[in-house]
Structure formats: C-alpha cells, structure tokens
Design a protein around this ligand. Structure first.
Ligand SMILES: NC(=O)c1ccc[n+]([C@@H]2O[C@H](COP(=O)([O-])OP(=O)(O)OC[C@H]3O[C@@H](n4cnc5c(N)ncnc54)[C@H](O)[C@@H]3O)[C@@H](O)[C@H]2O)c1
Length: 338
C-alpha cells in the first residue's frame, strides 16, 4: 500500500532545498501529546517519493514510541532524499542548512535528532540554525551526545522482561548487526552470562566481536535455533518467509521497522514466537535525549525511565496473551489508552 494515499498524520511538508536542490520531507504525525520528535534521515532514494513514504511511516512509529515510553511528545521524521547516485560530499553542508530551514519553518512543532546518515555534529548545526530544535548535539556543545548506549540499555531491559524467569545467563542469543548499538547489547549480554552469536555484513568487525567473547557467524541467524534473536541492523528482517523459518523463541532488538508487513506479526504469534515491537524496545535513545535535554532528568532518572521499558514490555505481552492479539495490536491498543 502506498502510505501517501492513507495519510493519517497532521502535517507533511516537502520542500526542495534552496541551496542543495535536495527534496526534504518533514512529516509530523501527531502533536497530541506534545511537540513531534523524530530523527533526520539523509540517504539516497530511487525516487524522492520513496523518501516521503519513509518519512510518513517512520513518523507514525515515533508517535507510538513516544506514547509507549510515556514521553510528552508526538511523532515526526525528516527525510532528505538524496539522488540515487548520491551527493558530492562538498555539498553536504548545504543539505544540513536546508534541513535546518525546513525545521525552523515549522515553528517548534517538530524537533529532530540523528538517524541514518546524520550525526551529532549535524545536530549542532541544525540546533544553531533552527532555534535549538535538535537533540543529541555532542556533549562538549551542551547536548546529550550519542544515544547508542541508552538504546542498548533499553533493548537489554526489554529482553530481560521478555525471557521468563528473567535471567539471561546461559541463553543462546543471536545478534544481527555489530554496530554502535549491537556491540553494546552483545557486551551487556555476555557480561550477564549469555552465549552470544553475532553476524554483520562488515566482516572487518569480526575481531572486535571475538575480543568481546562473542561467536562470529556468517549463517542467517533468523533461521538458527536460538533462545533470543536481536535484530540490530536494518529494518524489514522479518518477512512472512523468514518468520515461517525463524528458529528463535523471542525476538527483541533496536532495528526500526523489523516487520516487512504487519501481517508477519500474526505468523510469529501463531508459531509461538514472542516478538517485542521495536517501538517499545528501541525507545532508550529517545528517552535519554529528551530526558537529559528537555525534561530535566539527570543520568540516574533517565536510566530508571529506560529500565522501565521492561514494564512496558510486560504490559504489551500480558495484553497480547490475555486477548489473543499480536504484540503489534496490543501495543497499538496501549497507545490508544495512553
Ligand atoms: N543508535 C540508536 O540510538 C538507535 C535508536 C533507535 C533505533 N536504532 C536502530 O537500531 C539499528 C542499529 O543502529 P546502530 O546505531 O547500531 O546502527 P549502525 O549503523 O552503527 O550499525 C548497524 C550495523 O548493521 C550492519 N548491517 C547492515 N546490514 C546488515 C545485514 N543485512 N546483516 C547484518 N548486518 C548488517 C552494519 O554493517 C552495521 O555494523 C538501526 O536499525 C537503527 O535505526 C538505533
């Protein structure tokens, strides 16, 4: 389905960057709970319309993520749709300036943060140009810095809530993606006594994974017999086919949009596989960013709120179990009640 045909958001602004010529979409899905927040994605797209689709889909997920995390914010997203062949790096500052201008034009109804293709340094520039409406500037510049550690902490809290009776010692866990979040999840699980198997398309990461004590594999971890599968790379890893072949009992990870389609959640439920929605498991980073920068939390308070993701997981799983729902459906119902 083309999401632009079923627009359920509040505002969709698409501009052609005055300096760069790059199409920039800012989708505000909801401001019902507070200003919309969501990352800034800068990447090549086959068509700028695909970028708009991404902005719409991801902004809706951010509304759910904020509501389920109990944050006084709604969902939004920025996508700068670079040409399919990429952009001359020399022109990147023009793209950042154009993004800042697009965000400033929304008058504070939307604030951004880093996402694929954008960095803390970019947020510093957007913060400077767009009235401070950007999170996660480097700490040296007054921001909350990278959110990877907070995201990893939230994933581990979600995972611990998902495994009964709660201990991860001795569990066989497969992690797809040894990036900035995946490696911290691996480390935390190894410290807790789990047996961790990891894969990444970047084979150069193997020595670092092995130094931590993880087992490197090139096998498709979705199909391996595991207690827990942690998708920590790209979205869309769970298709109808991969879900039908999945060998894990529990799936929980930071990757956004893990389900290729919502129906995949039904396949997982019917196979007795517990899938913790990514909008629940990946909220640690956003809790840390807004908690530290806008909600007056110190590190301890932010960590406590991140750890409370475990309680949200309990609520989603109980509702799903009691009503025979998929976990996605249960999460949506909890959002409606929030
Ligand atoms: N960083 C955060 O705070 C945060 C917050 C919320 C959600 N997320 C999501 O979590 C995921 C991981 O984030 P990150 O910051 O660690 O990203 P990252 O780019 O640092 O790491 C991703 C890793 O996945 C690997 N990878 C890519 N495609 C792969 C594939 N098909 N199979 C195996 N490995 C593959 C990459 O080589 C890379 O090492 C992303 O989907 C991101 O959108 C991250």
């Amino acid at each position: 389905m083309n999401r632009t045909e079923s627009f359920t958001g509040e505002t969709l602004q698409v501009v052609r960057g005055a300096r760069s010529g790059v199409p920039i979409a800012v989708a505000i899905h909801s401001t019902a709970r507070g200003p919309a927040i969501g990352g800034c994605r800068i990447k090549p797209y086959r068509s700028w319309r695909d970028g708009v689709d991404d902005a719409l889909r991801l902004s809706e997920a951010m509304t759910m993520k904020c509501a389920l995390a109990g944050l006084p914010y709604g969902g939004g997203k920025t996508v700068a749709a670079l040409p399919a062949e990429g952009l001359d790096p020399v022109r990147r500052p023009e793209v950042i300036a154009d993004i800042a201008e697009a965000i400033a034009a929304l008058g504070g109804r939307y604030r951004t943060g880093p996402d694929i293709g954008s960095t803390s340094e970019d947020m510093a520039e957007i913060h400077r140009r767009a009235h401070g409406w950007a999170f996660c500037r480097p700490e040296a510049q007054g921001g909350s810095g990278t959110s990877s550690a907070a995201t990893a902490r939230g994933v581990v809290a979600a995972l611990r809530a998902g495994v009964a009776p709660g201990s991860v010692a001795g569990l066989r866990v497969g992690v797809i993606g040894f990036g900035s979040v995946g490696r911290l999840v691996c480390q935390s699980l190894l410290e807790r006594g789990a047996k961790v198997v990891v894969t990444d398309v970047d084979a150069g990461l193997r020595p670092a994974a092995e130094r931590l004590g993880a087992i490197w594999t090139t096998e498709d971890l979705v199909r391996e017999p595991l207690d827990v599968l942690v998708p920590a790379a790209t979205g869309g890893v769970l298709t109808a086919e991969s879900a039908a072949a999945c060998g894990a009992s529990l799936i929980v990870g930071p990757a956004n949009n893990q389900l290729a389609a919502e129906e995949v959640a039904t396949v997982l439920r019917d196979r007795g596989i517990t899938w913790i929605p990514d909008v629940v498991a990946s909220a640690g980073g956003i809790i840390h960013a807004v908690g530290r920068e806008e909600l007056g939390m110190d590190g301890k308070a932010a960590n406590a709120k991140i750890d409370a993701i475990g309680e949200t997981v309990d609520a989603v799983l109980s509702r799903a179990r009691e009503r025979g729902l998929t976990t996605v459906r249960a999460a949506r119902e909890l959002v409606a009640l929030a």
